[in-house]
Design a binder for this molecule. Structure first.
Ligand SMILES: C[S@@+](CC[C@H](N)C(=O)[O-])C[C@H]1O[C@@H](n2cnc3c(N)ncnc32)[C@H](O)[C@@H]1O
Length: 237
């Protein structure tokens, strides 16, 4: 059976407890998930990543929840130095393997990182942060959301970008398989509020993109209309 991106997430029940939602963000959960098949994702970079980085000058990127490495490898091929992090060691091993196969292993460094734990790894040479912090489809319980995304925002360098792409709550009722549970999917406004940007750009951040974007997703049941939350911010200071 052909595996498609993002339609094989384990479902959570709407009445899942916080503990159950957090269990789905552990190394054990994801090592088992990745260990269950040779390849979970398509190997292609996320469309939003390609779109949202086209006008950026390559620098050092942090890819959070890198999975099997498709986004990190694509960024490396565009000239970025990439630190690719994930909670799953199986995912990181695959990222390393795929980077070697694509001959960009000199540009992709991997590291274990749990978004529910500490701060992301420091940029190796420049303490001030990353030129791009990218998180695609990192869905965490509402209780953890502010902490997780403020930590990721704090890892962005001055003039760097925070790029967050997620499944929009619209998808819960769309019929496509999604991680669903109370508050897991989120609209752009939720991230903006977390960073104090409900009123628009601030002294700290310029809002470059805060949109709900439509997309057609291929699934085993045929193409389905889905929506992405896409937020790109530039740190001003
Ligand atoms: C839905 S996948 C997205 C993978 C990739 N970003 C993409 O868009 O194809 C979520 C990824 O987050 C990772 N992950 C889950 N919980 C995590 C946590 N607590 N800390 C860091 N990464 C986590 C998983 O191992 C998985 O690779």
């Amino acid at each position: 059976m052909k595996h498609h991106r993002h339609d094989r997430n384990h479902d959570h029940h709407d009445d899942a407890s916080l503990e159950e939602l957090r269990e789905a963000l552990t190394r054990e959960f994801w090592d088992e998930r990745y260990g269950g098949s040779d390849r979970v994702w398509s190997g292609n970079p996320n469309r939003r990543l390609v779109e949202q980085t086209a006008d950026l000058t390559p620098g050092h990127a942090l890819d959070v929840g890198c999975g099997e490495g498709a986004d990190a490898i694509w960024l490396a091929e565009q000239g970025w130095q990439v630190t690719a992090v994930d909670v799953s060691r199986v995912a990181l091993q695959r990222t390393v393997q795929h980077a070697i196969e694509r001959k960009v292993d000199n540009r992709v460094k991997v590291g274990e990182y749990d978004v529910l734990g500490t701060h992301p790894p420091h940029h190796r040479r420049r303490r001030e942060g990353y030129d791009l912090v990218s998180a695609h489809f990192m869905h965490v319980p509402r209780e953890d959301f502010d902490d997780v995304y403020r930590k990721l925002a704090a890892a962005v360098a001055t003039d760097g970008r925070l790029l967050v792409v997620a499944h929009h709550p619209h998808d819960v009722d769309s019929g496509v398989r999604r991680p669903h549970g109370p508050g897991l999917l989120f609209p752009p406004e939720q991230l903006l509020a977390t960073l104090g940007l409900e009123g628009g750009s601030s002294d700290d951040w310029a809002i470059e993109v805060a949109e709900v974007q439509d997309r057609e997703q291929q699934t085993d049941d045929g193409p389905m209309a889905v929506r992405d939350t896409v937020v790109r911010l530039r740190r001003r200071q």
